[in-house]
Design a protein around this ligand. Structure first.
Ligand SMILES: [Zn+2]
Length: 317
């Protein structure tokens, strides 16, 4: 789609440019065309493995997977999609102070159990490399998982202009966020991470102060993303891979008969638990036990019942 007639300034190929685009990398020659000149910065990339390697990684995953290995002969690859997705990465720091209450239980000298609220406070620092996707809507699965996997693997990136494009070329999703927006998003992300860590240290958070900053400016890095669509008995399922090492990020898999039987058993067990809980509560003359047992059972039945009617399971990695 080149609705506004944008063409690559290096090779003249049509570019996919929307009103949101700040930079469009030409998929034929790898040239970075800056649509918003003021946003111009160096573009980096992590090159992709070739398609055959991703296909191999797919079949390796099938063989290693408990469920898929049994139906390997009935699986076929329907389609393989790939592109470079723009991410902004930066080393970020959050220094936090928090106060709150923790509820403790203790036993007194007569053996009675009590609870008390204790005031607690603490400080901590998070100092880590962090990334955000560089555009608004990416519907594909595992976009966040790819960011996490990249932070873990820390493969060095290189300037796009130094890459042998013909060897590693793929379609490139254009970036929509400039450096300043990226900076704010990364700071917001590490702030939220600090806040949730503070919350996990207390039962009730009453005070939270947090300074956040970047140790270096955000860099725009293109990461290779692969999606393998496979078929099994008329259904289509997907596995997303990180393109630099072929690591599976997330997958959907068919629900097999034995999963359904397991879920069915779970749903029945839930019914038994709710009935048992009610009876136990009546016998012990405690409505708390009755209600808790009943709700637990209903919850189990609901959860397993929902899985029972689903056609797809989601597996990480
Ligand atoms: Zn070009």
């Amino acid at each position: 789609m080149s609705a506004e007639g944008y063409r690559c300034s290096y090779c003249g190929a049509p570019l996919d440019v929307t009103p949101e685009t700040i930079v469009a990398v030409c998929e034929y020659c790898g040239h970075a065309n800056w649509i918003v000149e003021e946003a111009k910065t160096e573009v980096y990339m992590v090159s992709s493995l070739p398609r055959e390697m991703i296909e191999k990684a797919f079949w390796r995953r099938v063989e290693r997977d408990f469920d898929l290995s049994r139906i390997k002969r009935e699986i076929s690859v329907q389609e393989i999609q790939a592109y470079y997705a723009p991410y902004w990465f930066a080393p970020a720091v959050a220094r936090a102070y928090y106060e709150g209450y923790k509820t403790e239980t203790y036993t007194d000298s007569k053996g009675r159990v009590h609870t008390r609220r204790k005031h607690v406070s603490g400080r901590f620092t998070i100092d880590r490399y962090l990334g955000v996707i560089g555009r608004r809507a990416v519907e594909d699965m595992a976009i966040d998982e790819m960011e996490e996997h990249y932070v873990k693997s820390r493969i060095p990136y290189e300037p796009l202009s130094k890459v042998d494009w013909d060897r590693v070329k793929l379609k490139v999703l254009s970036a929509e966020y400039d450096e300043k927006t990226a900076k704010n998003l990364i700071l917001e992300e590490i702030w939220l991470e600090a806040k949730s860590r503070a919350k996990s240290n207390v039962d009730e958070l009453t005070k939270f102060e947090c300074d956040v900053w970047l140790k270096d400016k955000p860099r725009l890095i293109l990461l290779p993303y692969w999606l393998v669509v496979y078929r099994y008995k008329g259904g289509a399922y997907r596995v997303a891979f990180a393109g630099w090492d072929g690591h599976p990020l997330e997958a959907t898999e068919p629900v097999m008969l034995y999963h359904r039987l397991g879920y069915l058993a779970g749903a029945f067990l839930g019914t038994a638990v709710s009935g048992g809980g009610l009876a136990l509560g009546l016998a012990a003359n405690s409505w708390e036990i009755s209600i808790a047992g009943f709700l637990l059972g209903v919850g189990m039945s609901y959860l397993f019942g929902r899985k029972l009617t689903a056609d797809v399971r989601i597996e990480r990695g």
